[in-house]
Design a protein. Structure first.
Length: 305
């Protein structure tokens, strides 16, 4: 490892000591930690050195990205490095940390593994909005317009959701009317608070809260579930990976759109957007021998006892 991007969560006082230990270990290993201007401002007491480059422009061709944070921060890193092959090695500083490589109780071992490359790589799929022609040069995908205050774009212009795409009614507006079609066939149409399209990695998040199924990592496909449907028959559906999904906003108001919890814009009333499943978009580091089922048990408990 020569160049390593470091991304931390919003509470720098919790990660300061680990960042210091990481810098000491990086100096011994001959690696350089790169902190962009946002991270540099967050950790204002840091000083540049042989193992620490501050106010560094964000690079997408580094050797590794180390995250000190929870699932939200990990997802942001995965979005930044989507499609690059750069692995995200995460030390959990969050509540659940389902995507984390190691826990805070294993910080020293985690730092050693990260700097020595002692980890396995897991390639994660994503849900991408629009087709290959959409979202180039940072423009929103077809059917989505930037919403006031959203910033109008995901990190680095990426239009891929490693966890999920959430479409939901605006606060204070009426219940949404949403339909979706697969391969041109309408499958679901319901008045609800919104709709979630989840990858297997994201199936334990918003989708699970909607009563949707848990999908093991490695399953090819995605799941569509409704948020608070006003129906006794609305059910989640697992979709084949090559089937094209089209989401229709039949409401009288625009609907908000978020990728992995980050707002990117809105679907105007009467408009549609397309979503597709794409393999091998994100890369996450994991300790050898780690399995999805062990993570599931440790983070959420046994499914039955």
């Amino acid at each position: 490892m020569r160049e390593i991007t470091v991304i931390t969560h919003r509470r720098p006082e919790e990660t300061a000591d680990t960042l210091r230990r990481l810098a000491e270990a990086a100096a011994q290993a001959g690696a350089t930690l790169r902190l962009d201007p946002e991270e540099t401002q967050k950790h204002a007491t840091l000083e540049p050195g042989p193992a620490m480059e501050l106010n560094a422009p964000l690079k997408r061709d580094v050797d590794l990205c180390i995250v000190l944070g929870g699932d939200g921060t990990i997802l942001r890193a995965l979005q930044i490095y989507a499609g690059t092959g750069v692995a995200v090695f995460a030390i959990n500083f969050g509540e659940i940390g389902f995507l984390a490589t190691v826990e805070r109780s294993d910080i020293d071992d985690g730092i050693r593994r990260a700097l020595s490359g002692d980890f396995e790589l897991l390639r994660l799929p994503a849900i991408v909005l629009g087709d290959e022609r959409n979202g180039a040069n940072g423009e929103p995908p077809a059917g989505i317009r930037p919403a006031a205050g959203s910033g109008g774009e995901a990190p680095a212009g990426i239009r891929a959701a490693i966890n999920d795409v959430a479409i939901h009614r605006k606060v204070g507006e009426r219940v949404a009317d949403i339909a979706y079609t697969l391969e041109g066939e309408e499958v679901g149409s319901v008045r609800c608070d919104g709709l979630v399209v989840s990858t297997p990695a994201g199936s334990t998040g918003y989708n699970l809260a909607n009563g949707g199924p848990v999908m093991a990592w490695g399953v090819a496909g995605f799941v569509v579930s409704f948020i608070a449907p006003h129906s006794l028959t609305a059910r989640a559906l697992v979709v084949a990976p090559d089937d094209k999904l089209t989401i229709h906003n039949r409401s009288h108001e625009p609907l908000d759109v978020a990728l992995d919890g980050r707002p990117i814009g809105e679907i105007p009333a009467g408009e549609t957007i397309e979503a597709r499943f794409v393999n091998d978009v994100g890369t996450i580091a994991q300790v050898p021998g780690t399995t999805f089922y062990r993570r599931l048990r440790e983070k959420f408990g046994r499914l039955a006892s």
